[in-house]
Design a protein around this ligand. Sequence first.
Ligand code: PHB
Length: 375
Amino acid sequence: VPATAEDIKVGLLLPFSGVYAALGNDIEAGFQLGLEQFGADSGATFEVIREDTEVKPPVALGRAKKLILQDKVDVMAGIVSSGVLGAVRDMVHGAGVPLIVANAGNDEATGAACSPYITRMSFSNGQVNRPMGAWLAGQGVQKVFTLAPDYAAGRQMIDAFTTGFTAAGGEIVGQEFTPFQKTQDFGPYLAKAQASGADAVYVFYAGGEAISFVKQYDSFGLKADLPLYGAGFLTSPLYVNAEGPAAEGVITALHYVPTIENAENAAFAKAFTAATGRVPSEYAVQGFDTARALVEAVKAGATDRDSLANALRQVRFDGPRGTLAIDPATNNLLQPIYVYETVAGEAGLTQKVLAQLPAEADPLNGCAMPAVTTN
Ligand code: PHB
């Protein structure tokens, strides 16, 4: 260990309770594995202070404030909900604390509200859904009914899908947003979808809501006549086994599936399964890559908030998802998108890749990236 060993204080902001608790736990498991694997020879020690955001923007804002002002963290990581990211953005940017986003896809955080202090190691809502619109139209699907929870992520994912789908000639014949974290019975919405004249349904749901939605879609008897598509969080390997046979045949798009074939992914999947007993999900890889980005920034010589912010934007490596780089125009991550079908495998449900859609930078969406001011 060099004489100048750094102690880096990390604030980990994740939902450890509420509809996204499982996601928070999986991100943390990936993050810890990444710190162990990459941090050991970094000459630095990483002190992690974890805070529960629940899935409540005001609660998360209070916890972020505590990490910044009281714990005086050097860097923050995490955030699952786009609503939470929207709530903490101004405080993070104003305080000049680097934040590595480990999930929340909020397009504004790498768009009109972009910041040199906010770097994304996950995905943007637009990035995952826009190319799926064109792909689905290319499959001959012409009329789609959409459903998503009524909050920033649901709205942005459906907007992006709609943009891609209609530009390729598709038509949206109906659209509903369900009260977020409050909808237990999707029946009334499914009845509307059924009566809409659609050829297919396209949705975004994640966590506990995804499990109940997929099960209800199947028991409502819709799957055979009205195929179900969506953003791939719907059938995440994290909870697809809780959905069971209801998830079979559902086709979705995502930036990572554990069945991607490359050496980095094979090594990661093996280590993650050894540590947790689970197949890695997109959430796990996001946590893992977040830790790796942090360690790489420290290895590049970053020691404080501003130097970390600058170094994080330049991180580049080959990970389980392939070659990753940050788009300097927005600080979003550049990566390909996979269309996959959930199918029955030898040991439960698995992900069959149908298409790999090329990595595309997001539009600027109003981002005029400011410079890091001090240092
Ligand atoms: C989000 O709120 O941005 C969000 C939450 C859960 C997901 C994906 C996106 O699985």
